[in-house]
Each structure stands twice: as C-alpha cells, then as structure tokens.
Design a protein around this ligand. Sequence first.
Ligand code: PLP
Length: 422
Amino acid sequence: MLSEQSISAIEHAYKEHYNPSLYRLIKFSGFGGVEVKAQGPWVYLSDGRKFLDLAGGYGVFSFGHSHPKVVAAVREQLDKMPMSAKVFLSEPQALLAARLGEMAPGDLQYCFFVNSGTEAVEAALKLARSATGRSKIIYVSNAFHGKTFGSLSATGKDAFRDSVLPLLPDFFQVAFGDIEAMRAMVDEQTAGVILEAVQGEGGINLPPAGYLEELRKICTEKQALLIADEIQCGMGRTGKTFAFEHWGIVPDLMTLGKALGGGVMPIGAVIGNPKAWTPLIKDPFFHTSTFGGNPLACAAALAALDILEEENLVQRASEMGKFLLEKLSELERQFPRIIKTSRGLGLMAGVELSETRFSGALVFEMARQNLVGVYTLNQPKVIRFEPPLNISREDLAEGLERFALALTKVKELFKLGDNLSE
Ligand code: PLP
C-alpha cells in the first residue's frame, strides 16, 4: 500500500516532470492507479485493486509477469556478474546466441543483441543496406517497427512521423497484402523488405494466402533481403515459435524483442543468415551497443527460452488461441452493433469495432471491470488481446466475461439496440 502522500507525489511527478499528456491519458482511460506488484496475468495496484492483464504489455508478458524462473535466473546472474567488461568472452551472451541460432529455421545463424525492439530494427536495416550495397528499403502500410529514425522511416503511421520529417531517404511504402504492388516495387536497388508476418500495432492483421510465400520468391529473385519483424508476433505467440513459420518461409533477417527478456529484462535481438551478416563478419565494430547483450538480459532470455520449451507454450498458444477466438466470435454475434469482426492467430487476437468512438469508452469500461485491454497504436478501432501464453483457461475465461460486461456497458452508454440496424 502506498500512502495518499506518495500517490500525490507520483501524480505530481508525472504532470510536472515526466509526461503530462500520458498522465492525462492514463487517468482518462480509467487505469489511474499506481502499480506495485505483478504476478502471472495479474497486476496489483496500491489502492488494493487487482487487474487481469490480457494486453500482456503488447507481447512482453508471454510468460506472465515476474515468472519465478526468470526472476531467479536474473538474481543468480546479478550475484555473479551483472555487466560485461566488454573485452572478454561472455558466457550468457554466447549461450543465448547459440540457442537462438539453433532455434531459428533455415540458415538464420548469427545473432546481435540490443536493448529494445526499435534498436533491433535499426541493426537489421543497417545490415541489409551494407550486406547488399543497396539503399532501397520497402515497408508496408500499417506497419509498426518502432520510433527511432530508421524504424520510424519504415512505420506506416503518419501521425508518428509528420512532425519530425524528413526521415531516412529511399524508404518506400506498399500496401500490406498487395503482392503485385510489392512485385512492382522490389528491384535491383532494393536492399530489403521489412514486415511483420502478423501485424501487431496495425490492428492484428494476417497476410492473405500466398502473400509471404510469393514475397519470399520475389526477394530471392531480386537478391533483396527479407526482414521479418517478430518483435510482437514471435516467441511462440501465434502458435509457432516464429510467426513466419506458419507460411513455411525463412527470412534473411529477423528481429526479436518484447517477450525475449521473459517479461523481466529488456532485450532485443537481430538474427541473420551468413549473407546478411557479411558486414559484421568483416568488421566487428560495424554495429555495436554498450549495453546490448548484457549478462542480466541474456540470463533472462535464456530462462525464457527454457520456459517456452518446458511449459510447451508454443502448442499452448495454439490451443488457447482457438478458445480465445471462439469466445471472441461469440461476442461478435452477441454485440453486432459494436464489434465489426474479430481475428487473430494463436494468442494474438484483435477485435475490430464498428466505430472508432466506441474504442475509448470500451477501454474505460474494461478498466472499470479491472481488465487491462488496449487498442492497437496504428489502428484505434482494434482492441487487442495478447495474454500470457501460460494463462489458465479459467483466467482467460474470466477476462472474457469481464470484456462482455464492458461491452454491455458500452451498449447501454450509446443506447444501441440488438441488431445491426439499431
Ligand atoms: N516492431 C514491432 C512489431 C513492435 O510491435 C514494436 C513495439 O511495439 C517495435 C518494433 C518497437 O519495439 P520497442 O518499443 O521495444 O522499441
């Protein structure tokens, strides 16, 4: 429990020293309280409330909050050596690189570690340009790759970009899913094509049948590198270890982040094949990061990979994902005026609302039901569900009941009828 005084000090600090507009948004969304503890899918607030977290940190908490095995691995590493001296060989870094290199399909073999998703994307973009000696980067509409300059240059939301233009040159956008537009754009000047196999912030969008397979062929033909951003959809979330595996393709580079640190430490990675890795094979200082691959973060990631296997979470995501999508379809039928459609893969699901005006109200009502659910950044009409992969069926069902209650409140609030026309 925090005292009234401590809470006021935190609120004051947000307003005056941290981020006043974020503070207003958090208050307005109904989340308001101060988090003090979290375990599994549950987040505890200082005022005694207990929230069920079905947003899962947008993919961070695939193993739940504070998984004891990850916490223990980090503690153990903390006692041994938290930071690398940088000039010696590092065991946690080496083990993690070997583990990921073995897990990744095809010839994806080499790893570089960073501290966040956007840094992984920056590294991948640099590798693609340098390895091919070309500059053109192609990205897709609605993509989200992060907010540093390179990643933002490949992010398909103008609102994040407009006030900081110009971004990097030679970045071109094509519509997600439009293979002919892609074919027309990829040429002998193209260094790489970057995309998420399942778009997260774009509104939980799946690629049309045959799209990724054909894209792989086009990239191979033009010798452009295919970069799969698995930062949100990777690490088992969609029911395969990496989402692109649903379509049987292997990219030249892939980026990981979010869940890689087991929900305990920040870490990102870029993993590539020998061709993509030529810049780093030639020059160890082609790309560097002071804190990237630090022993604490690598220890957390190694524990996370153990859990993925031991708890059979890839399979679990697939099974529980079916349950989640079935329940969401039922709600779609129950609330036809509010929900336009629902979709997803594994435990990465989105509920597309029929009108944007329902989004804020629904998030607010979910918060009133002590349920964390949020809309996607590029597409506010879509409420996303990304619960821990090890969530129990009971907790997930409970969360969906709370979601149904929130939908009922929104229906009442907007005086909506039972049919589409009302
Ligand atoms: N790529 C994808 C697909 C993401 O979803 C995100 C974050 O939401 C990023 C990149 C950026 O990651 P970070 O916020 O850790 O920089």
